[in-house]
Design a protein around this ligand. Structure first.
Ligand code: NDP
Length: 276
């Protein structure tokens, strides 16, 4: 697979195309800040935005999209169901609220934000209904481990199109990645830039070798592993920098060296511990 342009897409298990690169907006303030970040991203050529009900900035994302004048079909908008809204009826209500805030007729990808303990199967039924009714082009999950995916599979014929999980050089999720590949689930990396903690000597060496920045080395490593990636920044220069990953290729040897950095280290919570 060659990934050469910012508009290049993966094809999800239901045929929907999703850009390999998107902008993440967690911890970006509602209003001016999120509107500006999304504007910078769209100007830099990004066509995918990752928000969530829990980020409380869906309205700003929607405003920036509307103001951009870009055709809706060219954009890919992801949002996520907040944990406290899991359950059948509450999911239907929460989705409608997200859709209203975004000001969109449909959402491209809707994710269960965290599995939690025991409501995600019932929640998934509501996701299937919203998909069937045409309000969501693809449905997926986030922070699901293999055991959650297996358990979801027992109650449903719809395989999630995407699993968005913490993924970066210190946590390369080999078992989960392999499971997702075998089952047609696209893995998507959250906190790809380790929340900005980029100071690894190997990554610095590779940045010097390729004439790229540490962030670009990591994001290119994601792409060459065929993982969708959604770095967050509120700064125009970094938003542009993070999109500068389509004009070079890491050698197999350097890919392997980066794979070797894994320490199974999480910056965010372990999904088995975040119970609600
Ligand atoms: P990232 O790994 O994307 O890192 C973002 C941090 O890195 C920010 O502090 C940013 O600072 C800094 N940064 C961005 N670009 C560069 C660069 N080129 N060089 C140096 N520093 C840089 O962290 P996130 O946790 O935000 O993850 C990305 C996205 O993933 C989120 O925004 C969200 O959409 C999603 N996510 C999903 C979760 C889930 O549970 N499903 C959980 C967490 C994240 P600055 O903004 O100042 O530039």
């Amino acid at each position: 697979m060659t990934i050469e342009r910012i508009t290049d897409c993966t094809v999800l298990n239901n045929g929907v195309r999703m850009p390999w690169l998107g902008l993440g907006v967690w911890q970006v303030e509602e209003g001016e800040e999120v509107i500006r970040s999304v504007q910078h991203a769209l100007e830099a050529g990004y066509r995918s935005i990752d928000t969530a009900a829990g980020y409380r900035n869906e309205a700003g994302v929607g405003t920036a999209i509307k103001q951009s004048g870009i055709q809706r079909e060219e954009l890919f908008v992801t949002t996520k169901l907040a944990n406290h809204d899991q359950g059948y009826e509450s999911t239907l209500r929460a989705f409608e609220e997200s859709r209203r805030k975004l000001g969109l007729d449909y959402v491209d990808l809707y994710l269960i934000h965290w599995p939690g303990k025991d409501k995600y199967k019932e929640t998934w039924k509501a996701f299937e209904k919203l998909h069937k009714d045409g309000y969501i082009r693809a449905i997926g999950v986030s922070n699901f481990k293999v055991h959650h995916l297996e358990s979801l599979r027992q109650g449903s014929d719809t395989i999630p199109a995407v699993n968005q999980v913490e993924f970066h050089p210190l946590l390369n999720q080999q078992e989960l990645l392999q499971y997702c590949r075998q089952n047609g689930i696209q893995l998507e990396a959250w906190s790809p830039l380790m929340q900005g903690k980029l100071d690894q000597p190997l990554i610095a060496d590779l940045a010097a070798k390729y004439g790229k920045t540490p962030a670009q080395i990591i994001l290119r490593w994601d792409l060459q592993h065929e993982i969708v990636t959604i770095p967050k920044s509120v700064r125009q220069a970094r938003i542009q920098e993070n999109a500068g990953v389509f004009d070079f290729t890491l050698s197999d040897e350097d890919m392997k060296a980066l794979d070797g950095l894994n320490q199974n280290r999480r910056f965010g919570p372990d999904p088995d511990q975040l119970l609600f």
